[in-house]
Design a protein around this ligand. Structure first.
Ligand code: FES
Length: 293
């Protein structure tokens, strides 16, 4: 299987099937979208190296689709394959960033040649870009931290689907996600940096700021709120000298709030690292914290 993924955007017909089979039999991972809207939804939710699209498709006009796709992923390579080739269409498509503008009358082998050529060029460009980014990051960064990222990536693999596992390991090891590590991960996994940041900021388990050795999550869901979560939170803030969202000066604790941790019967609840402490009172807080050094 080749490392590249391709999206074919065209209405379902025999020719689309032939393109699909030709590309798959050459080892590419291929998906299809029937119209412009479906194509944009797929590009938002996934990462494709190359999009093969007809200009006349339902939903979104072809040249506009080209522009929208590049807005979503500036690295995406596109090849236009049209049933009605025109000189104006070719000029506009190439000006819009398409790699090739082809007529649907060409045999599938010629199409494959064009795809291989586009992706080889992309591979060389990515390689050069990766070397440039790595050189820049390594010249200015904490080298030990980056070697840890290298080890994690060797272990988790270089597939875009490894992203969350890689970020989890970095978070666990470094207690946060350093900016340079995210740039390196983005370059290595060939994912847009915006996608990597999107995941890093979506999940509460990740932090872009260094966290303490222990993470305290105070549940402020309805059941815990009714049973005094606010008082528990205040007691923690007073005792630790930080507000929710902060980290103690000695980096022992970070304090966060969460919505319902799923054991409302034990309300009010806090979770320290992976340990649940239920039916908590302000008085019990110091003895709970004493277990975490
Ligand atoms: S509301 Fe706190 S555990 Fe459900």
């Amino acid at each position: 299987m080749k490392d590249f993924s391709i999206l074919i955007v065209d209405e379902p017909d025999d020719l689309r099937e032939r393109y699909l089979r030709t590309l798959e039999s050459d080892g590419y991972s291929v998906e299809v979208a029937d119209d412009g809207k479906q194509a944009l939804a797929k590009i938002r939710g996934s990462s494709y190296d190359l999009v093969l699209t007809e200009l006349e498709i339902p939903g979104v006009e072809g040249l506009k689709l080209l522009k929208l796709m590049r807005n979503l992923d500036p690295e995406i390579t596109t090849i236009i394959v049209t049933a009605n080739p025109t000189v104006e269409g070719a000029v506009e498509s190439l000006k819009g960033g398409a790699f090739h503008y082809l007529s649907k009358s060409i045999p599938p082998e010629k199409l494959l040649e064009s795809v291989n050529q586009a992706l080889e060029k992309k591979r060389l460009r990515q390689r050069a870009e990766l070397l440039r980014i790595e050189k820049k990051i390594r010249a200015t960064s904490d080298l030990e931290g980056l070697s840890e990222v290298d080890e994690i990536m060797n272990r988790q693999g270089y597939e875009p689907s490894s992203l969350i596992a890689v970020l989890q390991d970095i978070q666990k090891q470094r207690r946060y996600l350093p900016q340079d590590a995210l740039r390196l991960v983005s370059a290595r996994l060939n994912l847009p940096l915006t996608r990597v940041y999107g995941i890093a900021t979506f999940y509460k388990a990740f932090s872009l700021k260094p966290r303490g050795r222990h993470l305290i999550n105070v549940c402020v869901g309805t059941a815990c709120h009714v049973r005094g979560a606010t008082k528990i939170l205040e007691a923690l803030e007073r005792g630790l000298g930080v507000e929710a969202g902060g980290t103690t000066l000695d980096e022992r604790f970070s304090l966060e709030t969460v919505r319902c941790v799923g054991c409302c019967g034990l309300a009010p609840v806090i979770v320290v690292d992976e340990n649940f402490h239920g039916k908590l009172t302000q008085e019990k807080v110091p003895s709970v914290l004493a277990d975490y050094t």
